[in-house]
Design a protein around this ligand. Structure first.
Ligand code: CUA
Length: 335
């Protein structure tokens, strides 16, 4: 959107961009109305009731219950509408659909690295299919960053030592900005990129092109062997470490009797700080890998462990185009 030729708003390129903008303009309009009303009233009353001569004394005002109620109840109602509306949009933005396609992002001074489950790796560029929910799991190799897609109206911090996530569904093919929106050092302003949204068949073609060294999970499997994880984590469960087969999504009992759900964060901690949570019945024999393994290799290892749990894991994009969603006919055309 342009005002006087100046680009004010980025394109609405995701399914929830319109919802976010509608809420934004509602809050903006209400705020502008009251700011203007207060300013005009202050000026009007200042002119109308100013002191005309020395010794003039204003009338005594005792207050008015109906007025007090009016200016308490109306703003409360307006604030509640903002809260309810905002909470519903926020809830939608923060909950990726189950069928979302998984992509990993790693922030690093000063670039964005993206990894597809199929094995493709990109730097400051991201290729995705249109009309399909995309979930991005984000981590950082050094300091705080924030992954921002202005046209998709979503962003999320990249926090060292933790996984965060965002999701969106791009509506139409095109190229859109990627920014870092957390001041992260000298070249923060240069930590930018572009996301290319392709038609699903084009995306499949893009996936086929270019030499890759196997899928993300296959790279993880190689690491699993080279880091000698496989010498202790035997499948049958008689190894020195617990079997990792089918553990993703399950709840494990720990030494102190507490329980933990096996998710990305649990796997991450168990690799980097293996003494933190020891599964009941096992000894704290595993070395810690803190500082010895990059964020990208960590992602590959986690994907490998997920691939050993076919039910609870995210899987690579199926080849079928998303024709079954039935969303295509009412999807607005890109202007
Ligand atoms: Cu990364 Cu700013």
């Amino acid at each position: 959107m342009k005002i006087f030729g100046i680009p004010i708003f980025p394109e609405q390129a995701s399914t929830f961009a319109k919802d976010v903008d509608a809420l934004y303009f509602f809050i903006f309009t209400v705020s502008a109305f009251f700011a203007l009303a207060v300013a005009v009233s202050v000026i009007y009353f200042g002119l109308r009731y100013h002191r005309n001569h020395d010794g003039e004394i204003g009338a005594r005002i005792e207050g008015s219950l109906p007025l007090e109620l009016l200016w308490s109840v109306i703003p409360t109602l307006i604030a509640m509408v903002m809260f309810g509306w905002g909470a519903s949009v926020f809830y939608h933005l923060r909950r990726p659909p189950d069928e979302a396609m998984q992509i990993y992002a790693v922030g690093k001074q000063w670039m964005w690295k993206f990894q597809h489950l199929e094995g493709q790796r990109e730097i400051n560029e991201l290729h995705i299919p249109a009309g399909r929910p995309i979930k991005i799991t984000i981590s950082s190799e050094d300091v705080l960053h924030s992954l921002y897609f202005p046209s998709f109206r979503t962003k999320m911090d990249a926090i060292p030592g933790r996984y965060t996530e965002l999701w969106f569904e791009a509506q139409a093919p095109g190229t859109y900005h990627i920014f870092c929106t957390e001041y992260c050092g000298t070249n923060h302003a240069g930590m930018i990129g572009s996301v290319t949204v392709l038609d699903p068949p084009q995306y499949q073609a893009w996936l086929q092109g270019g030499g890759i060294e196997g899928t993300l999970a296959q790279r993880g499997a190689k690491l699993f062997t080279s880091l000698q994880c496989d010498t202790c984590h035997l499948d049958a469960g008689q190894g020195r470490g617990p079997s990792l087969r089918d553990i993703v999504g399950t709840t494990v009992t720990l030494q102190d009797g507490s329980t933990a759900v096996v998710d990305d964060a649990y796997l991450r901690e168990s690799i980097l700080n293996s003494q933190a949570k020891i599964v009941n019945g096992f000894k704290p024999l595993m070395p810690t890998f803190q500082g010895l393994i990059s964020e990208e290799n960590l992602i590959a290892l986690i994907e490998h462990v997920k691939s050993m749990s076919p039910k609870g894991a995210t899987t690579a994009a199926p080849a079928a185009p998303p024709a079954a969603t039935g969303a295509a006919p009412d999807r607005p055309e890109k202007k």
